[in-house]
Design a protein around this ligand. Sequence first.
Ligand code: GDP
Ligand code: IMO
Ligand code: MG
Length: 432
Amino acid sequence: MAKTMVILGSQWGDEGKGKIVDLLTRHAQLVVRFQGGHNAGHTLVIDGNKLVLHLIPSGILHEGVKCVLGQGVVISPRALMDEIDLLTNKGIPVLERLLISSAATLVLPYHVALDKAREQAQGAKAVGTTCRGIGPAYEDKVARRALRMVDLMDPEQFEQKLDKILEYHNFVLTQYYHVEPVAKEPILKEAEEARNRLKRVITDVPALLAASYADKANIVFEGAQGALLDIDHGTYPYVTSSNTTAGGVATGSGFGPRFIDEIIGVTKAYCTRVGGGPFPTELKDDIGKHIAQVGKEVGATTGRPRRCGWFDAVAMRRSSQLNSLSWLAITKLDVLDGLKEIKICTRYRYQDQEWDVPPIDAELLAKCEPVYESWPGWQESTQGLRAWDALPVAAQKYLNRLAELVGTPIGMVSTGADRHDTIMLDHFTKQS
Ligand code: GDP
Ligand code: IMO
Ligand code: MG
């Protein structure tokens, strides 16, 4: 493995990042989250046992690996403590492996109330957020009024700042959205519990990463969400509120971008999206239903059904450019088993115009029609295959065509949810 590797979603999230991070962590000493919060749901399946992680990095099962939450992550103390409890009850010594940036922004109950109130007020135009308070927490950060981990550690400072911010947000909640205000006491209680439990894992993350790198540690950076949900580069306003693309690694962790060796884009062999927003290759027919059913396409965080569609090489080209992808990790190939015909979107069209990368404007994107090329499917099962040569020739051809259209080589192919159901391509293992 390279010394430093970024693993991120290259579509609209839920590409299988958790599985790939868990797998590649066997070579690492640190796994670092740099953005997002508990809106993420990363699934790990090891020997049939399933685990869904939301805030805690997907390297947590590995002994000798430090799991780090950088300053770009927004942290709900309640969600974090619940996740720590869940994992500790399964015998995982989370607090021995976890480190948290003192500069990370907190997600508190008023953010959740605001997220819900805004979504409700938007009606049909709602983003379809996870209602975890992520957007409002990032707003507070950018507005320079957020409470951070460092405030949590100082009870007086915390209460003083809380009084001010609560007055402001409760005014908006009651006077603008006409919903109930948020009470202070439960927040103080949550803060006290978090202070006692998390004090010893708060640290200076940029200093930790610099020292670890100097010590020749292998570091994995774990993205959440996906490139097309990026606040600057995604299908705005149907996006999340953080930078999910590779540039976010440096800002969200404090690790210098010059030291990043490889960037792996995790992508499904097809496409899904959960929540609102344009999705040119969406299938609203029986094939879409079939993919959703076989792929068990239900949100790992919210339990919402995911919208399904064909692989979108146009969107993936944008993603590859935005992230300077070194490799593709293509997941869920097995879900396409048995289909007669498989389509790949190669261009978009609207009126007399065509696009090789998506138009920036989401309203225009919503009007674009996909232009497809058609590939024969394979009738054999690829489920659990672990060697490229074992794949049906039609599957090999399909995968090679995806890589060609995106302009990025394939490093790994995943053929099942389990950690072991993975094909590592020779050139990937040799170079990485
Ligand atoms: P993440 O958010 O990117 O980590 O992805 P999620 O965990 O939200 O969603 C991916 C889902 O697909 C999970 O249920 C995984 O267990 C599952 N999965 C991952 N890779 C494969 C694969 O190759 N085949 C199949 N059938 N399922 C997979
Ligand atoms: P992982 O890391 C898929 C989507 C929501 C919504 C939009 C904004 O598991 O891939 P937010 O709550 O972030 O303000 O919602 O982003 N979204 C995700 N979709 N996977 C995720 O995470 C997501 N996190 C947020 O559905 O459309
Ligand atoms: Mg997910």
